[in-house]
Design a protein around this ligand. Sequence first.
Ligand code: DQA
Length: 148
Amino acid sequence: MTSILLLSGPNLNLLGTREPAVYGTDTLDDHVARATKWAASYGFTLEHLQSNHEGVLIDAIHAARGHHDAIVMNAGAFTHTSWAIHDALAAFEGVIVEVHLSNPAAREPFRHTSVLAPVAHGSIAGFGRNSYLLGIDAVAQLLGRSPA
Ligand code: DQA
């Protein structure tokens, strides 16, 4: 059974109340519930972890090796800074899709660079609540799967 690890980085635990004009009013639980259902429509299982700590996210990426087929990751601000997460993802042999709720390219200059994009198969940004679902669609496409 194809298994996806959905990883959420710092401050995403505050979704729902954090800058709702930018990130919307859905909570992280809302996003995860929707993503879990969407993944199931492809016959995928989905596990989720959120952490505000870089090392916890790195440990989760290491643990995903040999256990998960794909990682869908919204690394929050670590997207723009974390070469350590970049290196951890580079050691993951499965599919990697970077996702963002907002469109960082249309925001402050410090958000314009993703240090994770070079090790992801692709990036999805700016589609709000649909970004996670499109990230799962991308996994399915990369694995050659269609809805069950
Ligand atoms: C984000 C964009 C990042 O720039 C920001 O630091 C976040 C959220 C997004 O989902 O739009 O925390 O990854």
